[in-house]
Structures are given as C-alpha cells and as structure tokens.
Design a protein around this ligand. Sequence first.
Ligand code: TPP
Length: 628
Amino acid sequence: MKPLGAILLKQDSFSEIVMGNTALVRAMLEAGTRVVTSYPGSPTPEIATAIRSIPKEKRPFYFEFSTNEKVATEVAYGAALNGHLSTVFFKSVGLNVAADTFVQLSMMNIIGGMVIVLGDDPGANSSQNEQDNRHIAQMCYTPVFEPATPAEAYAYYLEAARLSVAKQMPVVLRLTTHVCHAKSKVRFEAWQPTEIDRTPRFDPQNGPYVPLTAQVHPMKRKALARLEQVRQYADNSSLNRLVDNGNPDQGVITMGLPFQSLMDAVQKAGRPPDIFKLGIVYPLPQKALLNFLAKHASVKIIEELDDLVEREVKALAFENGVTTRILGKSDLEDWIGEYTPDKVYDLLQKTWPEMLPKRPGRPSSVLPAPARSPQMCPGCGHRSAFHAIRQALDAKAITVADIGCHTLGYLPPYEMGQLLMCMGASTGMASGLSLFNDTRQVIAFIGDSTFFHAGLPGIINAVFNQHQLTLILMENGTTAMTGHQDHAASGQNFNEPTDKIPVRQVLEGLGVKHIFEVDTYQQAQLTNRVKKALAVKGFSVVIARHPCMLKFTRKQRKSPNFKLRQVAIDQDVCNRVQTCIQTFACPTFQRQADGRIAINPDLCIGDGSCVQTCPSQAIDQPQVVKTE
Ligand SMILES: Cc1ncc(C[n+]2csc(CCOP(=O)(O)OP(=O)(O)O)c2C)c(N)n1
C-alpha cells in the first residue's frame, strides 16, 4: 500500500477510504490553499498528521502550529491579505481564544480567501464543554458550512474556499468529532500542483483594514451586505438538499451527524418523513425552508446542541404566516450530547410514535463496555511530581489545575488540582484564591505548551500584583495531551529544528524572582523545593521537569539497540503495604488474588521512578528483560 502522503498527492482522480480529517487535506491541495495554521486540539490534530505525511518539499503550502489559536488565525489572515488562500484549524474552545481576532474578520476584504475549520465537540469527548460555535459565527456574520461525512468534508471545504475567494470573506467549516474521525470512501477529483506566487500582494487600498471610529460602520455594513449575498447563494446551493420520501404530513429539518443518524433510523420507518438536509447552517436558505414548511403539516427540527435553527425557522414561519406545526427540542436532554443513531431514533419515535416501533432495550446478555477512568501513562513524570508535591503540602492546601495530561492529577490517589477552567487559567484563579487567605497554601499547575499558549498573562499578573502562590510548571518538552506536538521550548517546530525558548529565561524576563528547578524523578528533592517555594513571600515558580515518557519510549523502541528493561518485586522483601498501588499508583503494579503485587509486563517501561517510592525497598532496579 502506498504511504498516505503519496496517496494525497495523486494527480488523477481516485477513491480512497479516509478519515474526515485526511479528506480535508486533499481538499486543501485541490483548492490551492497556500497557508495553513493551527494550534492542536481534538478532534482536529489528525489534519496535521495527514499534512506531515506529505514530504515537506512536496507540500504545496506552508503549515505551522502557532503558539495559540489567536496567533494561528492572525497568521492565516495576514497570509490571505497577501493574496494566498489560507486556512486555520482548531478545536471548539480554540475559538474562544481566537475570538478577539475572529470577530473582526468579516469586516475585512480577505483578498486571498480564508477558511476556518472548527472542530466542535458535541458529547464533550475531549473538551471541557460542548459549546455550539454556530452562535459565535452568527455573532460575527460569518457563514457556516456543516458536513455530515468525510466525503462532504472534502466537498464542502472546496465550496467554502470558492465562496471565500469569490466574496473575500471568512467562511467557517464546522466539523464535529465523528465527522473528523469517521472513515469512509471519498471520491477525489484530479489535481495539478501550481506554482506558488511569491509576490507579496498586500495593498491597503484593498481595505479599509483599520476599523477605527468612522470606519467601523461602513465596514460592518459591508459584512452584513456580504452575508445577505450568501443568504441568497444558500437558497440555490446544492449543499442544502431535499430527501423526498413523498410524505406531505411529516418533514424533518436536520444537518451534520444528526442527518446520518436520521438516515439510519428512517430505514425502520413504515412511512419515512421528508428530510431537508442543511449543508449551510448559517445563513439559512430561507426561501427553500419556507417552501419545505408550506408543503408539510408538521416539521420536526433535529439539531445537536443548541436550538439555533429551530428559533430561526420558527421566526421565519411566524413572519410569513405559515401555520405548519414546528416541533423543536422538547426536554433538557435534547440539548445535551451527541445525536447518535439511538438518540435520533428515540427522538423520532417520541415525535411520531406511529412512524417507528419503540427501540428494543439492550438484551441482558449484552453487557455495556466497562467504564475506564483516564490515567497517566507508566513512567509519566507528572505522576512522580504529584507523588512528591503531595508530601510538601498541608492537608488544606488549595491546588489549581490547568489543562493538559497533568490535569489527571485530580484523580485519586493524588487529588491535586481541585479546580479547572480552561487553558492558561490556573495562575489567575490561584491568585484570586490567595486573596484574604493567610492560612491555606495555594499552588497552581501548568504545562509547558499551555505556558506559551495562554499562561504568560496570568504569570505576569501574579508578578505585577505580587500574589502569594506557587506555580508548578510541568515541563515535559511537548504538547503531550493532544499527541506530542512541538512547542516553543521543544527545540523543533513543525518544519525544522529551532532554538528552544527556555522557560526559565522567559520567567526571569517576566520578573519572577523565585524560581526552583528539579527533575520530577528526583522526588525527595522536588518535595524539598516545593516546600522552599511555598515559604517564599510572594510569587514563586517550580519548574518540575521530565520528558514525556510515552514520547521518549516510542522513540527508543524504534532503535535497533533497544533493550526493554523492567522493574521486579522482591516478594521476600515486599510487606504488602501497597504504597506502589495506593499512593504512587502506577498502573504497572497489580494486586494478585493471593495478595501479592505483580508487575504487568505489558505496561512497565523500566523507568524505575517507582523504586524510590517503596518504603520497604522491595522494588528492584530495572533489568533488561528483552532485546528486540
Ligand atoms: C483553547 C484550547 N486549545 C487547545 C486545547 C487542547 N489541549 C488540551 S491540553 C493542551 C496542552 C497540553 O500541553 P501541555 O500544556 O504542555 O501539557 P501536557 O499535556 O504536556 O502535560 C491542549 C493543546 C484546549 N483544551 N483548549
């Protein structure tokens, strides 16, 4: 089988089974996209994986992971002003970070065109909420396309790019988790690489680009006028389509994943409803929808998360005197979670009980998959850190988490990180918790990617306003949580090696006076340094450093000289106090039926960070167990 990069670069038309995220990359090539930027976050990082599969010298566009979503949006916007079609992609909550820039885009003449690929996450599969970003796009007068399958992700990107270039406006391609990650057959068109135009074409005459005072209203008028043009375009676009089942009584308006689920459910319907599938979810095709309403006695709106389409369709019907019965969300659960085939089946059944039989319950012989709680990897430096830091804290200490692998410190037995908000929020929240507080220690955590992403302002604030807290900077050299993307202190960007921006020097530059550094495997030393940091008057930082062991061992295992080492338990010495399980909690340690503790050979990576944690010294230093 050909490598993915070679498949993506094929010049003839072809079909392939691919993930939605991969299909997008081919669409970027075909559309002539020249600049792509991102900050990692599920469900979109595999777009970068597919980009990486194309050798750099054959990639007809520039790609970077920027320091955060706002910067990524600005880089893509700047490139578009030079005439390059550009794309920025990130996860749902990334739009909050990018928002200050994103809200301005619709007022600008984006000469090269710009597609914003948004990975929304109904179900909160890997996000701290399930925000519906259609709201934000509406607030910003920006069209939103929503595909339902990988094939549509490909086709809709191409159309979004065409529209964006034609109207010189931003267009959002809103994906949801299962459209990004689903795999299905996609037919790709032929493609010819074209020469990159290296003339910087920025011209202020193409603007205005400075939205100040008198300029704001004309610029806003332009944004609204463009949106109106897109409304008319939406009415004629084949991205909105009718599935005509010849049913004048019942119709459904839906889009995206709920459409796929609905198509599944209606297979069992005696008399299926007509379906209006929206591909452009903002602005809505008003004439086509009015026509659909007028032709049906009752219309159900099946939309994941919030009721945006429902409200607009109801308003449309009201304004036009249409008396069709419009059925929207009926209870709280309709606002929550993904619209899976089962959920949509039940919704349809509840709306029109005669249409479908009730869904049979799960046979008692089929057990649900056991719930697995998330946990840190064997050898994770964060585990050693939590184990050691716990010893330095009073029982009443307040511990504030940030987002990253270290968030898992909130789990038992570590129970560190009693509150969590969003990226970069830990130092600010901890600063607030330190006010009028002379009795409880306050410590905050932050990962190194988050430090650069959104952590710096909180730290500057803590220095500037002299807050009394200790920040633990968990430096593992990578953005571990989202799949090991490089960041400013990794010594490597997406394209090439770079100078590291050392976190210590950044902290010094920001005016942090009390900085302690330690490798997290040196647990006693770490406990000690945290105690010292807590004793400082004012703001202090402990850099708790250890490479991400998942990344490190993956690399090691590829070496021809790799030798697998593992620890062992000396059963004669072990007195079964179970510190390894109860307190250190590396998943490698497993309790046997007879009460003995064993090492799981599939998990132990032989890092030996556990050896120091056993009070009876029953864990032997790692020894070679296998040579590959
Ligand atoms: C605004 C925003 N963008 C992206 C993400 C996805 N995300 C979760 S944690 C994280 C960073 C993790 O890296 P780091 O701070 O270095 O911590 P580590 O996982 O390496 O411990 C990212 C990018 C997010 N939650 N919010």
